[in-house]
Design a protein around this ligand. Sequence first.
Ligand code: HEM
Length: 401
Amino acid sequence: MTDDFRPMELWEPGTRRDPHAFYARVRVAGTPVPQYDPAGNRFWIVARHADVLDGLQHPDIGHEVHRHQDRDLSPSPYPPSETERISSRQLIALDPPDHSRLRRLVSTAFTARTVARLEGWIAGVAADLVVQARRLGRFDAVTDLADPLPVNVIAQLVGVPDEDRARFRDWSATIVSASDYDGSATLAFAAYVDELAARRRAEPRDDLLSGLVALEAQGDALDRDELVAMVQLLLIAGQETTVDVIANALRLLLTHPEQWHDLRADPSLASAVVEETLRFRGPVEIVPPRFTFRELDLAGGIIPAFERVGLSLWGANRDPEVFSHPDVFDVHRADVANHIAFGYGSHFCLGASLGRLEARLMLEAVARELPDLRLAVDAAEPADVRLHHGGMLPLEVGPTS
Ligand code: HEM
C-alpha cells in the first residue's frame, strides 16, 4: 500500500539517516511508490531487485522524453549555448540511436586492455598517497587518500600531459562539484580538449583521446561537442563514485575489525571488499531519473505516461530475495556478484573495471602499508561518508597518543 508513505518521505531527514529502512518498505509495498522531490516533481520509486532490472531494461523507459511527447513544444527562439550543447550530448542522458552509436564508438577506445595497462601506474599513485598518509600520521580518508586518485587516473587515461595536470585538476574540481555557475570552467575545459585533440590528431599516442580522434579517419567518429562531453562525463561519473567507494570501504572495514584483520592477513581479499562495499553501500542510491514514454505496468503497478521513475540500486542491493542477511556487511558472502551497483543493461557503467581496479589497488596498498590504521574519531559508528554533504573520515596511524 502506498498510503503508508508521506509524499516527500524520501527526502525527510529521518529517511536520509536510514534510507535502507525506507527502501525495505517500498519492496514490500508491491507497487511503485510515488514521492515528490523538493522541486515538486513526482517520482515513482522502485526498489525490488527484479523490478529495478525490469525498469533498467524497459524499452519504454528512458531519458529523451521530449521525443515521445505528443505536445507541440515550440522551439526556443535562441540557439543553445555551448555549455547547453555539450551537456545535451552526454552519453548517460541519451537513448538509442544516439546512445548506442556513441557507446559503440567510445567502447572501441575504452577497452579492458586500456584499463589493464594502467594497473602499474595506478598502483604507484596509490602507494605514494599511502606513504604520504603515514608521514602525516593523522589524515582524512577522503581528502588525503581517496580524492586525489581518480582525477589523476582519468587524466592519465585520456592522455593529459604532466605539465597540464594542475589546470586539468582545477577545472575538474569545479565541474565535478557542480559549482561552475557561469559555465567558465566548462568552456575553458572544452577549449583545452580541442587543443589536446588537435595535438593527438597530428601526433597520436597510446591514450584514450588518440583512440577517439583516430576514429575520424574511418569516417565514423564523435563530433566536437560529443568528444568534449565524453571527456567531461568520464570525470563527472568517475570521480565522486570512486572516492565514495574507497572511503566507505575503509569506514566499513574499520568498523568491522575482524574483516579488516582478514584483509591485512590476505590482501587478495581486496577485490571481495570492493564488491561487498558496492553492494552494501554503493555510491549511487538511485540511477539518474528516467521517464515513462507511455503508461506502463512496472513493479506491480501502473505508472502514467511521461513521469519520472526512480530505480533504487540501494533497494535492489539489499533485497532479501537475492541476498542472504542483506543488512550485514560480509566480505565473505557468496552472493555478492548479484549486486547492481554499476547499473545494468545499455547504460551499465562504462568505467566499472577502472573503478574496481582503482579501489582494489588503494585497499591493497592500505592493507600492506598501514596495518595499524584506525579511526581517529571517538564514535564507534562514524557517520556514513557522503561526498555531496562534505562527509569526511578522520584516520590515524602510528603510536596512539
Ligand atoms: C554509468 C556507477 C565509476 C564512467 C554508471 C551507472 C552507474 C555507475 C550506476 C549507470 C547509470 C545509469 O544507468 O543511468 C559507478 C560506480 C563506480 C563508477 C559504482 C565506482 C567506482 C566510474 C568510472 C568511470 C565511470 C571510474 C570512468 C572513468 C561512467 C560512464 C557512464 C557510467 C561514462 C555512462 C554509461 C552510459 O550511459 O552508457 N556508473 N560508476 N564510472 N559510468 Fe560509472
